[in-house]
Design a protein. Structure first.
Length: 163
C-alpha cells in the first residue's frame, strides 16, 4: 500500500535551488510520484538576521512508515550538509513531514500533522498550489481555508521558476 505524504522543503545556505532539487531527486529512492509545488523565495521567520529562504512543498507516495520516512529525510538533510546549531538557524536544507495520509500522531519525535502547519504562509501557499482541497486531519479545514485565515503578507514571498 502506498501512503501519501506532503513534505515541506526549505534552504537558505549554499546553492539553495540546487539543494532543493537534489533533495527531490533523492526522495525518488523511496518514493514515487514526487510532485513539487512552485518554488518561492521567502523572508526568514524566527531568527531574521539570515539570508532569504527558498521554499516549496512536494507530494509523494511511499511504502515507508512515517517514522522511516522521517529517518530518510534526516539522511537527505545530512547528505546536503545540514548541521543543527540553533533553532531557526540558516541551513542548506530543511525537510519536514507536513501531513502523512490522514494521520494525527503525537509521539515524539514525530508530530503529525506538523504542529506549525497552519501558521506558516511559506508552507500553506505552496501546499495550496498542489493540494488546495486537502483537509487537515484534526481541524477538518482545507488548505485553502487555512491559507485564507492567515493575515496577508504579500511582501514576504515571491514565486520563482524552478531552473
Amino acid at each position: 500500500m502506498l501512503n501519501e505524504a506532503y513534505i515541506g522543503l526549505g534552504s537558505n545556505l549554499g546553492d539553495s535551488v540546487r539543494n532543493l532539487r537534489s533533495a527531490l531527486d533523492m526522495m525518488a529512492r523511496f518514493a514515487v510520484d514526487v510532485q513539487p509545488s512552485p518554488l518561492y523565495r521567502t523572508a526568514p521567520q524566527g531568527f531574521r538576521s539570515q539570508p532569504a529562504f527558498y521554499n516549496a512543498v512536494c507530494r509523494l507516495r511511499t511504502r515507508l512508515t512515517p517514522f522511516r520516512l522521517m529517518e530518510e529525510l534526516l539522511g537527505i538533510e545530512a547528505t546536503i550538509g545540514r548541521r543543527r546549531t540553533f533553532r531557526n538557524a540558516p541551513r542548506p536544507l530543511d525537510l519536514d513531514i507536513l501531513l502523512y495520509n490522514r494521520l494525527a500522531l503525537h509521539t515524539p519525535p514525530l508530530l503529525l500533522p506538523h504542529p506549525r502547519l497552519t501558521e506558516r504562509l511559506f508552507v500553506l501557499r505552496p501546499l495550496a498550489d498542489i493540494a488546495p482541497h486537502l483537509r487537515h486531519p484534526v481541524s477538518g479545514l482545507t488548505v485553502s481555508d487555512m491559507l485564507q485565515r492567515l493575515p496577508p503578507d504579500p511582501d514576504s514571498m515571491t514565486q520563482l521558476r524552478w531552473e
